[in-house]
Design a binder for this molecule. Structure first.
Ligand SMILES: C[S@@+](CC[C@H](N)C(=O)[O-])C[C@H]1O[C@@H](n2cnc3c(N)ncnc32)[C@H](O)[C@@H]1O
Length: 286
């Protein structure tokens, strides 16, 4: 069967799926092409003939996607700032929007002599590994409460030949105490969905990604970030930065939490594909 016929059929199937969030025009075509490329091992030429076994495999993968399974779980990897990160079910799927958080960290760390980064709630090592790649002389730490995520982060670091240390535990608790007062930049992309908003998430997120990666079960989605703001000053160097990825609708609340916590130069920063607040930043209190 010709690739273009298979693709057309897949696009129709994905478009009809109620489990997929159809927020982006043309998303179904991009995903169908990615799945066919995954099966064929190369970008498909629309006119090429696809062997029956490959066609059957492609249709099976399209059926999984139509049930809402995130594409990176199906392919087993995702790309983040040019890094191929392996990702399996049981962990959060890195989002393109977090590239802006990584860029904010990289810019600040490049200006330091012996830069130290702590990436809290690191998941599969997303921000930590992007920084390790861009600033190879940085000392990079990633921490996450999920042992499964940290195992995947370590595997990613090994595969990519990047130097980063990953530890399991609640927020700062697993970090060595020698880092106290010595960290230049702390990043966190926290679970920031409020408990009552979970039900409003698209099915492909709610039904597939683990709940503890999405929400901290607080009423306002600010539970983990408030703790981070309280605990971060002890770990930061003078003039060190706390950078937090934010729900754009809650950036103002987050700024208030940081200002109340004594942070200086607190501001929202916009970036990435959409002109909305992505990251709230502040400097360590004096
Ligand atoms: C939104 S995901 C972000 C993952 C990764 N930083 C990224 O951007 O792809 C939130 C992460 O927070 C972790 N997490 C949840 N509660 C935590 C806690 N109390 N301490 C540390 N990590 C936590 C989850 O396991 C999950 O990996």
């Amino acid at each position: 069967m010709e690739a273009r016929v298979l693709l057309r059929e897949a696009i129709e199937r994905l478009k009809a799926s109620p489990a997929i969030d159809h927020w982006q025009r043309g998303r179904e075509r991009i995903e169908a092409e990615e799945l066919l490329a995954h099966v064929l091992g190369e970008d498909p030429d629309p006119r090429q003939r696809v062997a029956p076994r490959a066609a059957a495999r492609f249709r099976a993968l399209v059926a999984r996607r139509a049930r809402g399974e995130p594409l990176p779980y199906i392919k087993g990897w995702t790309e983040f700032r040019g890094l191929e990160l392996r990702v399996r079910p049981g962990v959060f799927v890195p989002r393109d929007s977090s590239e802006f958080l990584a860029e904010q960290a990289i810019r600040r760390l490049r200006a330091r002599r012996a830069p130290v980064l702590v990436d809290l709630a690191t998941g599969i090592g997303t921000i930590a590994l992007a920084v390790a790649k861009a600033v190879p002389r940085a000392s990079v730490w990633g921490a996450d409460v999920s042992a499964e995520a940290i195992a995947q982060a370590r595997r990613n670091a090994r595969r990519l030949g990047l130097r980063a240390r990953f530890v399991v535990g609640d927020l700062f608790s697993p970090l060595p105490r020698r880092l106290l007062g010595g960290v230049d930049v702390i990043t966190i992309h926290p679970p920031y969905v409020a408990a009552h908003e979970l039900a409003d998430l698209p099915e492909e997120i709610r039904a597939w990604e683990p709940e503890h990666t999405l929400t901290d079960h607080s009423a306002d989605g600010l539970g983990i970030v408030s703790r981070t703001v309280r605990e971060a000053p002890a770990w930061l160097r003078p003039n060190g930065w706390l950078l937090m990825e934010a729900d754009p609708d809650r950036a103002r609340d987050l700024r208030r939490v940081m200002v109340r916590g004594g942070f200086r130069d607190v501001r929202s920063t916009k970036g990435g594909a959409l002109p909305i607040t992505r990251v709230v930043v502040g400097r360590r209190p004096v």
